[in-house]
Design a protein around this ligand. Structure first.
Ligand code: ZN
Length: 110
């Protein structure tokens, strides 16, 4: 995680000391909420542009090969209780008890 640049000298080497942000360059200290917070979770959208949330049920819109196995998850498979996450595959879920990572562009909200 990276913190906001120092509002005083724009240094990027800021760190969090537990209660506030500290700039090692100019020794400025400030509260996190005073700086523009750009750490909002990115909105994950399905193939139709519908925003997804943790716990949603989605349906696959195409057959997906599972990396590292011969398994294919069929188009139309319902996936319950998704979990949004960072990364290329922005949906975490379990299919038949097996943890999987999916790309939101290949699902739509059920
Ligand atoms: Zn500074």
């Amino acid at each position: 995680m990276t913190y906001s640049a120092c509002p005083q000298c724009q240094s990027d080497f800021t760190y969090h000391d537990g209660s506030q942000l500290v700039c090692p360059e100019c020794a400025h200290e400030w509260q996190e909420h005073e700086s523009a917070n750009q750490e909002e979770n990115p909105i994950v959208k399905d193939a139709n542009g519908t925003p997804l949330a943790d716990g949603d049920t989605v349906v696959l819109i195409k057959d997906l090969k599972v990396k590292g196995s011969s398994m294919v998850i069929k188009q139309g498979t319902k996936v319950k209780g998704i979990r949004l996450q960072d990364g290329d595959h922005d949906i975490g879920c379990k299919i038949d008890g097996t943890p999987m990572n999916l790309k939101s562009e290949f699902v739509k909200k059920a």
